[in-house]
Design a protein around this ligand. Structure first.
Ligand code: ATR
Length: 265
């Protein structure tokens, strides 16, 4: 009976167990596969994963905050994306070996309504979430500019991943705007903290906010009002989870069943 889980710290709030279990049920694999949650403190992470990798019960795990860099560091093999991003959100255990992938990158691309190959994209932020977004979009062939509150950090990350840097972006110049910062979650004023204003958006643009909250974020509400296409963090969560499940089971999960489960949570 292959087991799967998400490892994080804390992990109680994670929507992955409900979402992945709904997908396994829809795939008629729920009698065979299980998906749970493991709260593992950073000091125990390496020993726990090493145990799971050899125990043969576990087929793999999703990795979330704060373990994604440590997960990559432990891997025997890693995908090109995981290596470039410097983090893994998916580990597969194959005959005691640990194989690392980063499905945040592919999940981001799949959550978008279309390809932005050859078009200008603005990424806000330069942390771990930004690295996956920048790598995915550069790999897709988009022309990516990075804006970050701490400009030096933005410039370093952009240069490393083949993107440009911008300090005072004109939002109208971009087909796609991606917010990877958590601005808005802690009650900050989105339009003070980011180089955008409520009238920055236009029909024909796509705006992706990785933050997920019960209500649409201030950013997505303004973008939607302007007629832009909006994508939220829950859609990305679904898409990255579906890619992970496909790696482990070799089968295509039902995106609809996963969407219903995360939006219920
Ligand atoms: P994650 O892995 O989730 O991306 P992170 O590595 O802590 O988290 O990165 C957080 C990102 O959000 C950074 O780009 C950070 O900007 P700095 O590099 O200047 O710290 C950005 N961020 C967080 N709070 C912010 C705020 N109030 N205003 C603007 N940017 C913010």
């Amino acid at each position: 009976m292959p087991r799967l889980a998400v490892i994080g710290h804390p992990v109680a709030h994670s929507r992955s167990p409900d979402m992945q279990t709904a997908a396994l049920m829809e795939m008629k694999l729920a009698g065979e596969w299980t998906y749970g949650a493991l709260d593992v403190a950073p000091e125990d992470f390496e020993a726990t994963v090493a145990e799971l990798a050899v125990a043969e019960e576990y087929a793999g795990v999703n990795i979330t905050v704060p373990h994604k860099e440590a997960a990559l560091a432990m891997a025997d093999e890693a995908s090109e994306g995981a290596r470039a991003i410097g983090a893994a959100n998916t580990l597969s255990f194959r005959e005691g070996r640990i194989v690392a992938d980063n499905t945040d990158a592919g999940g981001l691309l799949r959550s978008l309504p279309r390809s932005f190959r050859g078009e200008r994209v603005l990424v806000l932020g330069a942390g771990g979430a930004a690295r996956a977004a920048i790598w995915a979009l550069v790999d897709e062939g988009a022309s990516v500019d990075v804006w970050n509150r701490t400009a030096d950090r933005g410039a370093t990350v952009a240069a490393e991943l083949g993107a440009g840097t911008i300090t005072d972006p004109d939002p109208a110049a971009y087909s796609l705007i991606v917010n990877t910062t958590a601005v808005g979650l802690a009650g900050e004023d989105t339009f003070e903290a980011l180089p955008l204003s409520p009238d920055s958006f236009a029909a024909g643009q796509t705006v992706l906010d990785m933050v997920y909250t019960e209500e649409p974020s201030a950013l997505l509400a303004a973008a939607e009002d302007a007629g832009a296409t909006v994508v939220d963090g829950l859609e990305m969560l679904v898409q990255q989870g579906a890619l992970s499940l496909r790696i482990w089971t070799g089968e295509e999960p039902s995106i609809e069943a996963m969407r219903t489960a995360v939006r219920r949570g």
